[in-house]
Design a protein around this ligand. Structure first.
Ligand code: NAP
Length: 300
């Protein structure tokens, strides 16, 4: 089966490669065409406009940075919207707002096409290794149709019903937990440092006793070593997600004071030119607030 794939960033490149490996034919589009080179060498076709990747009644995967990019690729002058045709499926895997998911789902339904939301947990290394966790919601028949593609990209698919927005809400809840964990790790490590404990020792003890979670181990190591480059998940995108969490909370009339604190931390890091570092670089602000110097950027 041929699939359209749009968005070859840090995540999209590995995901598209796994679809090719699983035997799907791929028509690609990326704003910066150079990023498609390896995939084209492996048999994918690079198209001129987003709409060119869409075939009548076919499937198009999108993995783009944010709501604006997604809307442009669907509704813009050269968007996939009209091209998909009756019965076509848009498998939308970016982290976007529940509201955008709902609006695009309605737009697709009005055109006789289907919108399936499938945001993911896992960083670029997990995307490359087909180890993503996928949160999937949308019309049931369409969910079934996209399952082989999702299974080629992920280690597990969680189905969340017919309302596309549900998958995006859960994705935002997960990212909220991660950004809060980064802040908590940074504060705990820095408190230890102020009392003379080596940063890595704090992480070692906490992750081998009360918090033996891979997320704590991996972010703990990065934060202990102040190692934030190259970015797995760019801090600017992390701030986008903090904004989305607070937007969703505002709509639900629900205060999220912890999310507000972390949003401020990320915003301050952006102002300090850290937007292209990994989002765990928010931890630098914790050290600075404690009057501790941070060694020059380390690379992994
Ligand atoms: P990325 O490396 O910054 O890639 C973003 C992609 O979006 C690129 O293909 C980029 O094109 C494209 N894009 C941005 N603005 C555009 C526009 N206006 N029009 C058309 N294309 C546009 O980001 P990523 O890390 O792959 O993340 C992609 C999505 O996955 C985001 O929603 C992110 O929140 C989510 N996510 C990321 C991770 C992670 O660890 N990185 C994990 C889970 C989910 P160019 O190549 O031309 O810049």
């Amino acid at each position: 089966m041929d699939i359209g794939f749009i968005g070859l960033g840090s995540m999209g490149r590995g995901m598209a490669a796994n679809l090719l490996r699983a035997g799907f034919g791929l028509r690609l589009w990326n704003r910066s065409p150079g990023k498609a080179q390896d995939l084209v060498r492996d048999g994918a076709r690079l198209m001129e406009h987003p709409r060119d990747v869409a075939a009548a009644s076919g499937m198009v995967v999108t993995m783009l940075s944010d709501d604006a990019a997604l809307r442009e690729v669907v509704q813009g002058e050269h968007g996939i919207g009209r091209q998909l045709g009756e019965g076509g499926i848009h498998l939308s895997m970016s982290t976007v707002s529940p509201q955008t998911a709902q609006e695009l789902a309605a737009l697709h339904a009005a055109r006789g096409t289907h919108y399936v939301a499938a945001p993911v947990f896992g960083r670029p290394d997990a995307a490359a290794a087909a180890k993503l966790f996928v949160l999937c919601a949308g019309p049931q028949a369409a969910r079934q149709a996209v399952m082989p593609a999702l299974q080629a990209m992920g280690q597990r698919v969680f189905e969340l019903g017919d309302d596309a927005a549900a998958a995006n809400v859960l994705k935002l809840s997960g990212n909220f937990m991660l950004m809060a964990a980064i802040e908590a790790l940074a504060e705990a490590i820095t408190l230890g440092e102020r009392y003379g404990l080596p940063r890595e020792r704090t992480v070692e003890v906490l992750t081998q006793s009360i918090l033996p979670a891979p997320v704590m181990v991996n972010y703990g190591r990065q934060i202990a070593q102040h190692s934030y480059q190259p970015a797995g998940f760019k801090l600017s995108l992390g701030l986008k997600d903090a904004d989305l969490v607070l937007g969703a909370a505002r709509k639900a009339a629900m205060p999220m004071p912890l999310a507000q604190l972390v949003q401020g931390r990320l915003l301050s890091a952006l102002a300090c030119q850290r937007g292209d570092m990994d989002w765990s670089a928010a931890a630098i602000g914790v050290s600075e607030d404690a009057g501790l110097s941070v060694p020059p950027a380390k690379h992994d």
